[in-house]
Ligand binder design. Structure first.
Ligand SMILES: [Fe+2]
Length: 220
């Protein structure tokens, strides 16, 4: 058989960038954030959004004054800067961003979960885990996924006809961990499996808008 001659590019189209950033040495910050979150639960009624059960706070968390919230805001800003730099293919230090951050608390008790949803009207969405709560005992069925956050494959009907023998990526599951920050496009659908622990599972969600994007002028 005659050899085939061709030119070809291999294109990775429609990639979805997700940051999974685990902060270290933040036990003190998390302890204070947990205290703030549980105090808000004790004081208020919370909102109903994508959450089923649990407590969804008002999205003004970062307008309050507390050193732990200042640290949280720094974490978010640093992650967003690195994320945007990655997407813009520019060094983080060359960028100047003005951000609008709207954060709120989520405190889940046993049985609470979040339906599949996205965050329309924002550029990026983030969740920071203050306290993952208790791991479910056992590894079978719902115990294996309890309290986890799944991001859902955005490629439409990808799984209608899988190639035999080729495992297809479907949903991707993240296990909450204290100090873990996830950051992803706000359009990416995600959900939380029902939590099964007895102690509260505490996380802080955030909507991110890049209000202004500029590249710093370099002096030559
Ligand atoms: Fe969400």
């Amino acid at each position: 058989m005659a050899s085939l001659s061709f030119q070809e590019d291999r294109l990775e189209l429609f990639p979805t960038l997700v940051f999974r950033r685990l902060h270290e040495g933040v036990e003190g910050v998390n302890a204070r954030l947990r205290e703030l979150c549980l105090a808000e639960v004790a004081a208020g009624e919370g909102l109903v959004r994508s959450n089923v059960g649990g407590f969804h706070g008002a999205p003004d968390l970062l307008s309050r004054q507390d050193p732990a919230l200042t640290v949280l805001q720094s974490m978010l800003e640093a992650a967003v800067l690195d994320y945007v730099a990655e997407v813009a293919e520019a060094p983080s230090e060359d960028l100047q961003l003005e951000l609008k951050l709207e954060a709120w608390i989520n405190v889940q008790t046993a049985g609470a979960y979040a339906r599949p949803h996205a965050h329309p009207g924002s550029h990026l969405a983030s969740v920071y885990y203050v306290d993952p709560g208790e791991e479910a005992s056992g590894t079978a069925g719902s115990a294996a996924t309890a309290g986890r956050l799944d991001v859902l494959d955005p490629r439409g009907r990808m799984n209608q006809l899988p190639i035999p023998g080729v495992p297809e990526l479907d949903n991707v599951s993240f296990r909450p961990k204290a100090g873990l920050l996830l950051l992803f496009p706000a359009w990416l659908q995600h959900m939380t499996h029902p939590y099964a622990g007895q102690t509260p599972r505490v996380s802080i969600a955030c909507n991110v808008n890049v209000v202004r994007f500029a590249r710093k002028l370099r002096r030559s």
